[in-house]
Design a protein around this ligand. Structure first.
Ligand code: ADP
Ligand code: MG
Length: 724
């Protein structure tokens, strides 16, 4: 709705219609509509991405000062942390002997005097002006008989009174101070509330269910809380709104997909193949595998196509689940495809799956016996033209039951007779378009059921957000009898090589992963070559050492991998090309050089390359940690092998920014909500979004919420969400 300008109210927000002001209306109002915002201030605000009144209300305080906790200088004891309101006396700046900048300020209140010292903050000399009032927070020391605080937090609060003072992000260069923002926000709130308040599109029952405050209250008190408790209530409401918008977008997309595509209702009642498969396994499925297979079969039976993400740590047994899924489709006369990101992985899957399905038969009325062996084929970029033609015609005629391959599967001309199930392994290497392309592989336009598998552990709430258009199943249990991988961290590599030699003497094999070099693949290859040369001539002299990196010719790569697999090499020096899918059970040591350069997930994946046989395995992380975060990453790897626990640590260390991706900035960001701190709110928002989209006329029953989703999450943004 457009509000029109007219008469005495001029440019002001004004009452149009019955309800309160919508966020879209606020988004259409520039900040210059507010009294006291001229060109200079508008420019300063624009530098902070605040252009509309909506932006302004969403420019939340960075933190709050609780003035009720203010002390006096005399009332503080040495060694205590405290907050005091002081007036700035003198300010001086100089350099210390070791060339650090040092700013000193003498400040005082009615009860005493205090020295503030700031190291490496030369700008303090300009910030602190004689006579200014400041709220200072820090630990009180005594130095040469004087009371002082070193590098305290300083807030210039102007003459703001009140118990809780909001501190806004400030920019010295743009000349935007916290108290300026405070004044402008106050003016905006006054205008908005005076006219008709904010419209609240959240149904009352949802508000009541979670005890959420109304939207007007939320925006008012996030900026001017009467107490920290009140601020918390406001935050809860605004966090819920942010998460709900994201979930509505994702759930809507999921529902649209289901509505617009015709799937296959598999008959899962007949289970001869599945039963045969189970009893032929040398082990019993874990409870988690059973549960997930159950979830998948329920999806397969429904006419809407399945879009399910299967998460399971390296070694949790995803392949068995995938094969069970495919058999359910093959049982009903359909076909199954497995798409993986690399040729190495495709070949490996082909071998494993062929073994698992060996000697199974499917009914085929065209044959003499009425059945024939279940047929598994492999299609990659290397498949010969003749073989490709054979597979092509058999695929259409239904003579191939399971086809395993790379991107080659989604090329033009590959067409199935009746593709029932698609399994996509290692999801993070494929985009949404590629998933979509596989979905279109049936002549009759029916969409196959899709199971996406990933071994990159991600927290449940992150999965709900990033893969929100998929249902999620989790294999949260390892098959019994696994040898945990002992992980250690060595700042110096000297004590690592004897361990490697020890493993080799015991008849085992080892990987040495070379440092990751972000800037250049060429440098990375060079560093691998150097490590290979120096290790084979030095620390690992006498052992059979091979080199593997992405720039080698395919035949050479193959030969080296083959040699290592068959035990013809003791040690494989490699770049991260071995990260995905290499499976050599006799390899029991994984050395990762300069480990601090890798992220948690990558280290965990690399570590998963060992511990695949029945021997105890080790992972040795090498190198110094250049930052406290790097140290925490390495310590986490040493502490646990649980991928989900590591995912939590990762989220703690990196924040959600990295999960939502780089581009998700500006006003579409999750501003207040944190996937880490607000876990239960992610779940609540998802549950409510499912209800709202799934019931009645779906989003049509919630037009204002639907409009907010498009206001905050432009189409390309939600597309992007799904591609990370
Ligand atoms: P993922 O793909 O999840 O990393 P895999 O499917 O490759 O794991 O399984 C890893 C290994 O564990 C394989 O050798 C597989 O045969 C074995 N395995 C799978 N499920 C079980 C189970 N329930 N009990 C014992 N071993 C299992
Ligand atoms: Mg696997």
């Amino acid at each position: 709705m457009e509000s029109t300008d007219s008469g005495v109210h001029g440019r002001y927000l004004q009452a149009v219609g019955e309800g309160g002001i919508t966020l879209r209306e606020l988004g259409a109002r520039p900040v210059t509509d507010l009294n006291g915002v001229g060109d200079a201030r508008a420019r300063a605000l624009a530098a902070a991405d605040v252009n509309s009144i909506l932006d302004l209300l969403g420019f939340y305080p960075r933190r709050y000062l609780d003035r009720t906790r203010e002390a006096t200088v005399a009332g503080l004891s040495v060694g205590d942390e405290g907050m005091v309101l002081v007036r700035v006396g003198t300010v001086s700046s100089r350099r210390t002997r070791n060339r650090r900048s040092l700013v000193e300020a003498r400040v005082s209140d009615d009860t005493g005097e205090l020295r503030l010292t700031f190291f490496n903050q030369p700008w303090r000399a300009d910030q602190l002006k004689v006579g200014m009032q400041a709220v200072v927070f820090g630990r009180l020391d005594s130095y040469q008989g004087n009371l002082q605080m070193t590098n305290p937090v300083v807030d210039l609060v102007g003459d703001r009174t009140g118990r809780i003072v909001a501190i806004y992000p400030q920019s010295e260069t743009a000349g935007l101070h916290s108290w300026d923002v405070d004044g402008i926000v106050a003016e905006a709130l006054r205008r908005v509330m005076k006219v008709r308040g904010l419209s609240d599109p959240l149904p009352d029952e949802v508000r009541e269910r979670y005890g959420l405050v109304g939207r007007s209250d939320a925006y008012r008190t996030i900026h001017r809380p009467g107490s920290l408790h009140e601020m918390g209530e406001a935050r809860r409401r605004l966090v819920f709104d942010e998460l709900l918008r994201i979930q509505l977008a994702l759930v809507q997309r999921k529902v649209d997909l289901e509505r617009t595509s015709v799937g296959i209702a598999h008959d899962v009642g007949e289970t001869a193949l599945l039963d045969g498969f189970r009893s032929g396994l040398g082990f019993r499925m874990t409870a988690a595998q059973d549960r997930v297979v159950g979830e998948i079969l329920a999806d397969l039976a429904r006419p809407a196509p399945m879009h399910r993400l299967l998460q399971g740590d390296v070694g949790s047994g995803k392949t068995v689940v995938a094969v069970a899924t495919m058999l359910a489709a093959v049982q009903g006369g359909h076909q199954a495809a497995v798409m993986v990101p690399t040729e190495v992985l495709a070949e490996q899957h082909h071998t494993t799956i062929s073994v698992l399905l060996d000697s199974m038969t499917v009914s085929d009325p065209a044959t003499l016996l009425g059945h024939r062996p279940l047929k598994v084929d492999l299609l990659t970029g290397r498949t010969s033209a003749a073989e490709r033609r054979r597979i092509g015609s058999q695929l259409l005629a239904g003579g191939v039951d399971v086809l395993i391959g790379t991107h080659a599967l989604i090329q033009e001309g590959v067409e199935f007779g009746s593709l029932g199930v698609v399994v996509i392994d290692e999801q993070h290497r494929f985009g949404v378009e590629q998933r979509a392309a596989l979905r279109d592989k049936n002549r009759d336009g029916t969409a196959p059921d899709v199971l996406v598998m990933t071994a990159t552990p991600i927290t449940r709430t992150a999965a709900m957000t990033v893969y929100g258009d998929l249902d999620v199943s989790v294999l949260d249990e390892m098959p019994p009898g696994r040898n945990p991988i002992a992980t250690s961290w060595h700042e110096d590599d000297a004590d690592v090589w004897p361990v490697v030699r020890g493993e080799v003497e015991a008849g085992r094999q080892a990987y040495v992963v070379c440092p990751l070099i972000d800037e250049s693949a060429t440098l990375e290859v060079r560093s691998a070559e150097e490590a290979f040369a120096s290790l084979s001539a030095g620390e690992l002299a006498g052992l059979r050492v091979g080199l593997l990196h992405g720039r080698l010719r395919r035949e050479d790569k193959e030969e080296t991998m083959g040699l290592f697999r068959s035990g013809g090499l003791d040690v494989l020096v490699a770049t991260t090309v071995i990260e995905v899918g290499v499976d050599v059970p006799n390899a029991t040591a994984m050395v990762i050089l300069d480990a601090a350069r890798f992220g948690i997930a990558q280290l965990h994946q690399l570590r998963g390359r060992v511990g695949r046989g029945d021997q105890a395995s080790r992972c040795l992380l090498v190198g110094e940690a250049p930052t406290p975060e790097a140290e925490e990453r390495l310590r986490a790897l040493v502490r646990t092998t649980d991928g989900f626990e590591l995912a939590e640590v990762d989220l703690d260390l990196r924040g959600e920014g990295t999960i939502m991706g780089e581009r998700q900035k500006g006003r579409n960001d999750l501003r207040l909500a944190s996937l880490r701190r607000d876990r239960e709110w992610v779940e609540a928002a998802r549950a409510e979004a499912l209800l709202m989209v799934g019931e009645g006329d779906g989003m049509a029953d919630h037009p204002e919420l639907a409009d907010e989703v498009s206001l905050f999450l432009a189409d390309d943004e939600s597309d992007f969400l799904l591609k990370s």
